[in-house]
Design a protein around this ligand. Structure first.
Ligand SMILES: [Zn+2]
Length: 138
């Protein structure tokens, strides 16, 4: 791994019947990156490859309704986030046709540089996690 921008893919599918919010999938990319490296499903150095992964994941796990916000969000914004707004995290979060919560997330890494002075962090903020695969921090 270099310190070039790359994306770590994370995938979570709940058992049937889990209520959204009661699942075990954190929503913050930092929380995923703090998990052990074995939690990573795949790592992509090219945005095109990351986009293909997300597309395949959505196709393999059809939503209960294509109008679901967390499904539509991924179909609308994944490419924009991967190519233009690269500090944004592409994500999908929706109920599939088997009544399971599907969460897919592409965490951009390395994370944005932390504030230069710790005092600039709000008390509830933690410094961003390092690359779980050991890429040097810029
Ligand atoms: Zn990384």
């Amino acid at each position: 791994m270099t310190n070039e921008l790359h994306w770590h893919a994370y995938a979570y599918t709940s058992p049937q019947g889990v209520v959204p919010g009661d699942d075990e999938a954190p929503f913050d990319a930092d929380d995923w990156l703090r998990r052990p490296a074995r939690a990573i499903t795949a790592t992509f150095e090219k945005p095109e490859a990351a986009a293909v992964w997300m597309h395949q994941q959505l196709a393999a796990n059809p939503p209960w309704s294509e109008g679901e916000h967390g499904y539509a969000h991924a179909t609308l914004f994944t490419r924009q986030y991967l190519h233009i707004d690269q500090d944004q995290t592409p994500w999908a979060y929706y109920l599939d046709r088997h009544d399971r919560i599907v969460m897919r997330l592409l965490a951009p890494c390395p994370r944005p540089r932390p504030p230069s002075r710790p005092a600039e962090l709000y008390p509830w903020e933690k410094p961003p996690p390092p690359c779980p695969l050991g890429a040097p921090t810029p």
